[in-house]
Write a protein that binds this ligand. Structure first.
Ligand SMILES: [Mn+2]
Length: 321
């Protein structure tokens, strides 16, 4: 079946291979695609009957970021894949885009921490500045989420309030510039989709990460109906201290909850550094980020038209240290 006839097929979205955070692990990605039946033809991996969907975070951290981005872009341009933006692509766009009014500055300030996040990517593109600028222009054309009707894909959190207010799946120039002020509504909306739903930690209960910096918030589940305590919302990354976990979900927090309810279509995200055997986190939500770049697994979910998330439809390759 040719790609064109595939796209005209009303059920082509029943044959998606949705792939988690790649983070520069290009050789691992090639192995996964080969295992899934994709073959490189005319410069791009293609499958005779299926389309790959990347959940974002192709760049940063890994050993072959340039090659990973080239591989994914070639597939998208050949029509054999789609890709949405992850928080790392958003970070790259903000880090590399000059501030519209503050000369010499960028939408995201070049602090040590912001620089650290993108350092591997910039180092690997150091000899190819024009190519990097071209990739940035291309990234700006990509969607923030995909709604196939029967399936949905977003990097970190499907928030109906944010998505229903949007006019486009893509990031507009105004929205990108708005990212200069992280507190503004547009910036918070983009952050919600690409970085997830975060719950602030109470001031009197400090929590510290493994690296020793103080956490102001934790990444929370966005599919829990009627949570009683913070423990019911806790998703990532560290276990909450017991005195925090047992705190009730108060009225203020209750009014801010994001609830992807169990009647909505199966949703696929990346972002959360999971480990262990890939499986769904709710009956209609699956995270496909199993920490490939930290020697975990690079994971795909293969849709089959059932409208369900089935354990046997997860596929993966291990990453060798
Ligand atoms: Mn990621």
């Amino acid at each position: 079946m040719s790609l064109n006839s595939q796209l005209e097929d009303a059920h082509w979205f029943d044959r998606l291979d949705i792939i988690g955070d790649v983070h520069g692990c290009e050789q691992t990605l090639s192995r996964l695609l080969t295992q899934l039946g994709y073959q490189k033809e005319q410069g791009a991996f293609r499958h005779p009957e299926r389309i790959a969907v990347f959940v974002g975070d192709i760049i940063d951290r890994g050993p072959r970021i340039r090659e990973a981005l080239q591989l994914v872009r070639a597939m998208v341009e050949a029509g054999s894949a789609r890709m949405i933006l992850g928080n790392h692509e958003i970070h790259a766009l903000c880090y590399c885009t000059p501030h519209p009014s503050a000369a010499g500055n960028y939408l995201r300030p070049h602090t040590p921490r912001n620089t650290q996040v993108i350092a591997d990517t910039l180092a690997q593109f150091a000899a190819y500045p024009d190519e990097w600028q071209d990739h940035l222009r291309w990234l700006r054309t990509l969607p923030l989420y995909l709604d196939f009707g029967a399936y949905r894909v977003v990097h970190a959190c499907w928030d109906d309030a944010v998505i229903s207010a949007r006019r486009s799946t893509q990031l507009s120039a105004e929205e990108l510039n708005a990212m200069a002020d992280p507190a503004c509504p547009d910036a918070r909306a983009i952050k919600r989709l690409t970085s997830g739903f975060e719950v602030a930690l109470p001031e009197h209960c400090p929590m510290f990460s493994a690296e020793g910096y103080r956490r102001r918030s934790f990444r929370a589940k966005f599919w829990v109906d009627n949570p009683a305590t913070l423990a019911d919302l806790e998703f990532q990354p560290d276990a909450l201290p017991p005195e925090v976990a047992q705190l009730p979900v108060d009225t203020a927090l209750r009014s801010q909850l994001v609830v992807y309810d169990s009647h909505q279509p199966p949703l696929f995200v990346g972002h959360y550094w999971l480990s262990g055997k890939p499986s769904a986190v709710a009956n209609n939500v699956a995270c496909l980020d199993y920490s490939a770049v930290r020697f975990g697994r690079l994971v795909a979910y293969r849709t089959d038209g059932s409208g369900l998330i089935k354990p046997q439809n997860f596929a993966w390759v291990y990453v060798d240290p």
